[in-house]
Structures are given as structure tokens and as C-alpha cells.
Design a protein around this ligand. Structure first.
Ligand code: SF4
Length: 373
């Protein structure tokens, strides 16, 4: 059992029991779901039917599950629930069809997810916490209030809801844990979710299609490498010196750059998967000629690839954006070190759907300090 940040444990979350005494089926691991069906004294094949409704046909309600007898659907309706999402609103970008979803959770809190199109591919940007306890200065989510970790079922519900919305293209979906929150602070739920995503009974997705993006928690990055689950890792680096990182990402900067890079290399070597180093370009903060050289040198410390992200000013910009010429000069210094470098352009600028812009005014309250990082 893993402690969350507040030191509380997740007994109920792991057994999927929600406040009204019903079990949220997507909170259960697939082993727990099998046991749940056994406890109902139903034949074993009912597990297969149920799991297919949950993760293949993406049902919202037991009544849809037409190959289950009505008496079983009624029993399930009394004892369990399919989705914990209470309501959803969606904004669609007129520029590039990016969709931003705002979900209401059972306890009245809100969480956001984003669906982006890149040619034929779809990327689902999924939240792992309500708000975020980290305080990365370039990120709007950090301006809200950290309220709580999401349960596994709440994370899977976002994925299933978005997949439902892109049914025809559902096979081309990639998932990035890059929405609200630091996913490695919600470690046990994240690992359970990835287990369900990987499993042939679940969504059957491999490591190339699932990316965990962390601000850089070395111990948990190493733990993730040792879990034996299939996912890729991206580290939001954004600095080439410890001083810079302290200014830009104070909460996570208690871990040195060296420890962060060592943990990224450990992940890459242990899993055989190249790690992405993400770098938000903040003009005058981390974009000097020396920064480009230092970033280049860091990129050679392991099987890494660099993803440059031009800062998106959003509603309330605190930093300046590089011009195209300045960006090009930065890239020219970096390219000899890191030929696989990519640049990520923001999606959905008219609906503020870019990375680091997920934040809802209704989150309210005062920010709590980050612990356990
Ligand atoms: S960048 Fe990520 S870890 Fe940092 S405050 Fe934003 S959501 Fe949290």
C-alpha cells in the first residue's frame, strides 16, 4: 500500500467502494474485477462480458449491457457503477479541432482532459490529480489549488469517455499523463491504470502509446522502471542548471538535475525505452547560447530525445516567447548533439488547451505545500 502525499492510504480506492456503498468497477484492477464477479456467484464468462463492456464497448450504464440477463444488470445497478463522472462539458477549437473536456466528479470537484489530433493520430491528455501540488512557474495548473489524487477509476473514466468520443479513430489513440497533476505523486493509482491499459482484457495498449510525463521525482521514476508495466517516460526538465530549476520549478528542485538525469537514464536502460526530455522555452530564463550547449550535453547522457516546447503565453503570460528566428538559433546549437530533437507546437490556442493551461477557476481554496516528492 502506497501512501499518498498527505500520508493517507487508499484502502477504499483499491477496492473501488464509493461513498454510496456501490463499487466503481473501473476502480478495480482486472484481478479484483474477476473476484467481484465470482462473489456475485455468476459463471466465469460473465467476467469476460463485463470487461468487454467496460473497456471495449465503453459502456456508461449497465442497461446497455444487453448480453447480461436483466436480473444481473439490476443487481449490478444496485451494487456497482460504471462511471464516476457526473457531467461533462466540452470546448472545441475552431483552429485545429482540439477538444477540451471538463468533468465533474462524484464529490463536485472538476478535472480536465484534452483530445488533440496530429494527422491521423489522436492524443488524449489525461489528468491524474485535481489541481497540482507542484509549483512550476510557467504552468497555469500550479496557480489553482491541489485538492486530491484521482482514483484509478476516475482516470480510466476520462480515457473511456474521450475514446467513446473518437470511436472511429479509437485504434489510433495515444495516452499522455500530462494533464492536471504530477502523475508520480499518485503512484499506485497510476500503476494500476497502466496495468489495465496494457492488459489484453483492458485496452491492450503498449508502451509506445502510453507516456507518463513527470516534473522529475527520481525515486519514483526508478520505481516505475521496476514495475514491469509498459509505458514510456517523459521528464519535464526546463532547466540546464540547478539554480535555474530552483527558480522555474521550486518544488521539484530539491532533487538535483544530476539525480533527475540519472533516474531518467535508469528508466531508459531498465526498460529499453528512450526517455523524452521536455524543455519549455522561456525567453531570457533558459534560452541562452550556453543553455543550448548544456542541454545538448545533457541529451548525450543517456538514450534521450529532446522535445522543445515554445512557451504558450495563454491568458496571463509571465514569460516571453521566443521569436521563430531565436527558436531556430537555439535549435541550430542543439542539433549536432541531439539529431532526433522535436518541437511541439501548442494545440487548441483559442480554448487554452495547451500543456500547462489546464486550470479551472472553480478549483478555489488555498494551495497546500508539496510533500512526499
Ligand atoms: S507542469 Fe505539471 S507538475 Fe508542474 S505544476 Fe504544472 S501540472 Fe504540476
Amino acid at each position: 500500500m502506497q501512501d499518498d502525499m498527505s500520508g493517507r492510504t487508499h484502502h477504499n480506492a483499491h477496492h473501488g467502494i464509493v461513498e454510496n456503498g456501490r463499487t466503481h468497477l473501473r476502480d478495480l484492477s482486472l484481478t479484483e474485477l474477476r473476484e467481484f464477479v465470482e462473489r456475485l456467484e455468476e459463471p466465469r464468462y460473465r467476467y469476460r462480458q463485463l470487461v468487454s463492456w467496460l473497456y471495449e464497448k465503453l459502456a456508461d450504464d449497465f442497461l446497455e449491457m444487453t448480453d447480461l440477463p436483466m436480473s444481473l444488470r439490476e443487481t449490478l445497478g444496485r451494487n456497482a457503477e460504471v462511471s464516476s463522472l457526473r457531467g461533462a462539458t466540452m470546448q472545441v477549437s475552431k483552429i485545429d479541432d482540439t477538444r477540451k473536456y471538463l468533468f465533474e466528479l462524484r464529490d463536485g470537484k472538476f478535472v480536465e482532459s484534452v483530445m488533440m489530433r496530429h494527422g491521423h493520430r489522436l492524443t488524449l491528455c489525461i489528468s491524474s490529480q485535481v489541481g497540482c501540488p507542484m509549483d512550476c512557474r510557467f504552468c497555469q495548473t500550479s496557480k489553482g489549488v491541489f485538492q486530491r489524487n484521482l482514483k484509478s477509476g476516475e482516470i480510466l473514466d476520462q480515457i473511456c469517455h474521450l475514446k467513446q468520443d473518437c470511436r472511429d479513430d479509437a485504434d489510433k489513440v495515444n495516452i499522455v499523463f500530462m494533464g492536471m497533476g504530477e502523475p508520480l505523486l499518485n503512484y499506485r493509482s497510476l500503476v494500476q491504470v497502466i496495468g489495465t491499459l496494457n492488459d489484453a482484457d483492458g485496452l491492450e495498449m503498449g508502451s509506445k502509446r502510453i507516456t507518463v510525463s513527470t516534473s522529475g521525482l527520481p525515486r519514483r521514476m526508478k520505481n516505475l522502471a521496476n514495475e514491469g508495466i509498459k509505458c514510456s517516460l517523459a521528464v519535464s526538465l526546463n532547466a540546464t542548471t540547478d539554480d535555474q530549476r530552483r527558480r522555474l520549478m521550486p518544488a521539484v528542485s530539491r532533487h538535483s538535475l544530476k539525480d533527475t538525469i540519472d533516474a531518467a537514464r535508469y528508466f531508459a536502460e531498465r526498460t529499453g525505452r528512450r526517455v523524452t526530455l521536455e524543455y519549455v522555452l522561456l525567453k531570457g530564463e533558459n534560452t541562452s547560447y550556453e543553455d543550448a550547449h548544456r542541454l545538448g550535453k545533457i541529451s548525450r547522457k543517456g538514450p534521450f530525445k529532446i522535445n522543445l516546447i515554445p512557451y504558450n503565453p495563454g491568458r496571463d503570460p509571465e514569460f516571453d516567447t521566443l521569436s521563430e528566428d531565436e527558436l531556430d538559433r537555439f535549435i541550430q546549437v542543439l542539433l549536432p548533439y541531439s539529431p532526433t530533437l522535436t518541437v511541439r507546437r501548442s494545440k487548441g490556442p483559442d480554448i487554452f488547451a495547451a500543456c500547462g493551461q489546464l486550470w479551472n477557476q472553480s478549483l478555489g481554496h488555498k494551495k497546500e505545500p508539496a510533500e512526499g516528492t
